[in-house]
Design a protein around this ligand. Structure first.
Ligand code: CMP
Length: 139
């Protein structure tokens, strides 16, 4: 087990349903700590840059429209195996396939509007954290 950091985003559907406390509380209950946190209303350019790896996917335009529709909360979660722990807590990308009790099962409506994002590897976590936070903002 290794101490890691990972990027988490609470997406516009979840911020709009007033779920910030429930979601952040769940991360803390599961042993992750918030190393950095900010509420942001992403510009189109910021959303497209963050999801650049998906640029050629058919859902890219829909994804960026959704991510800019209302504010998000971007966070750095820290803890033992934080990347995998966050993904376990979130559940599958598609809420219809997510396990009982996971954030996406509890709070997400569809694969497009799926409440939360989490980095999928330690390498991508480093890239995604650097996209939103300076090193001096991580505590
Ligand atoms: P996320 O973990 O933020 O990473 C990429 C996002 O693309 C994903 O969550 C989904 O919200 C979205 N996504 C993936 N597949 C689809 C799809 N088939 N249709 C719409 N959105 C999708």
């Amino acid at each position: 087990m290794a101490r890691q950091r990972t990027l988490s985003i609470i997406k516009p559907d979840a911020t709009g349903k007033n779920l910030l406390g429930k979601i952040i509380g769940r991360f803390e209950e599961e042993g992750l700590r918030i190393a950095a946190m900010r509420k942001v209303h992403l510009s189109r350019a910021e959303a497209e840059g963050f999801y650049a790896v998906h640029r050629e996917r058919p859902f890219f335009d829909e994804l960026c429209t959704f991510m800019t529709s209302a504010p998000c909360v971007v966070m750095v979660l820290e803890g033992e195996d934080a990347v995998a722990a966050n993904r376990r807590i979130m559940g599958e990308t598609n809420p219809a396939e997510a396990a009982e009790g996971t954030l996406r099962k509890l709070y997400a409506a569809s694969i497009g509007e799926n409440a939360v994002h989490g980095s999928d590897s330690p390498e991508n976590a480093a890239i995604e954290i650097a996209y939103f936070f300076r090193t001096t903002e991580l505590h």
